[in-house]
Design a binder for this molecule. Structure first.
Ligand code: HEM
Length: 283
């Protein structure tokens, strides 16, 4: 199964153009969903508002060269190695989930656009990476869902409790799980079931990429931008004048974000995507 390209076999039933059209549609969903999310959350407005405020409080100018060094640090620390997570288990689970998703999604596109039929055999490493990516995502995601996420680990809520904030993690898990079962049933010639799991795989993909506006999907774009901004404000010295970590109970943050209700309780309410019920500081 790990060496077989499931999309090449699928091309006997579904035209290659339909598979490629599906990928293009999912990319369009992500672009449109992220733009709508940014408009809805006014994240771009706050991002530049912050940059303006920081510039006024800056003790020194951060040059282009230094900004490139900072961007490189963000790519290596916050992005590639999930450096924002202080909790080792959470960091490992996020690394599995994130890199599993990247490998799984990238190899899906390469297999469908470059090696879509048996006449265009893919190098063995590609279907292997496709299956390994889906497995990494499943292992990291189920670990997070059943034992790491705060609802379960800190608040003792049952693992089967679902809320809208879980749309992202659940659609990730559904997509990877149905993909693996589809590949297995297709490889073993279990026709009826492989059709069912193909439909479930494609449908959960539509929920994952089509649900960006309602889920936490776009955090993968916002978090690096926020991490970059944070590092720049530390470098130019303006950070001292801002509260350390956008503590929702801080009057300063409230002045900055007047329409974000101040919250003095232990567990801030779910403020929509990207802010989970967790202490403001460390993950
Ligand atoms: C393919 C890319 C990525 C995937 C699949 C992914 C997946 C996830 C998942 C499933 C969660 C838990 C969501 C939940 O609480 O239900 C999460 C949270 C988080 N991710 Fe990612 N992530 C990705 C990229 C990134 C990047 C690039 C960064 C940072 C630069 C990042 C930083 C975080 C942080 C800080 C949290 C905790 C958010 C919170 O609890 O408020 N992620 N990610």
């Amino acid at each position: 199964m790990f060496l077989s390209n499931p999309f090449a076999e699928l091309s006997a039933q579904i035209p290659v153009a339909v598979m490629q059209g599906y990928i293009v549609l999912m990319v369009a969903f992500v672009v449109i969903g992220t733009i709508l999310d940014m408009m809805h959350k006014k994240s771009a407005k706050y991002f530049f508002l912050n940059a303006e405020k920081a510039k006024k409080n800056a003790k020194r100018e951060v040059g282009a060269g230094e900004k490139i060094a900072i961007a490189t640090k963000v790519l290596v620390v916050e992005v590639a190695t999930s450096g924002e997570f202080k909790n080792v288990k959470r960091r490992l689970s996020h690394l599995l989930t994130m890199w599993g998703t990247v490998v799984f999604v990238a190899t899906t596109a390469i297999l469908i656009f470059k090696y879509p039929t048996p006449a265009t055999p893919a190098p063995a490493i590609l279907p292997q990476l496709w299956h390994i990516g889906a497995l990494m995502l499943a292992v990291g995601g189920y670990w997070f869902w059943f034992s790491i996420r705060v609802d379960v680990s800190a608040e003792g809520l049952p693992w089967y409790r679902v809320e809208r904030a879980d749309l992202f993690i659940l659609s990730l898990l559904a997509t990877s799980t149905f993909a693996l079962i589809w590949s297995y049933t297709q490889f073993n010639g279990i026709a009826g079931w492989s059709t069912l799991f193909l439909i479930l795989f494609a449908a959960s993909g539509v929920v994952l990429f089509g649900g960006v506006y309602w889920s936490k999907f776009a955090h993968m774009f916002f978090k690096p931008a926020a991490a970059f901004q944070k590092r720049v404000t530390v470098a130019d010295g303006s950070r001292e004048s801002l509260p350390p970590d956008y503590d929702l109970s801080s009057p300063e943050v409230h002045k900055l974000f007047p329409d974000v209700p101040m919250y003095m309780g232990k567990n801030p309410p779910n403020m929509g995507k990207g802010i989970r019920r967790e202490p403001a500081k460390h993950y």
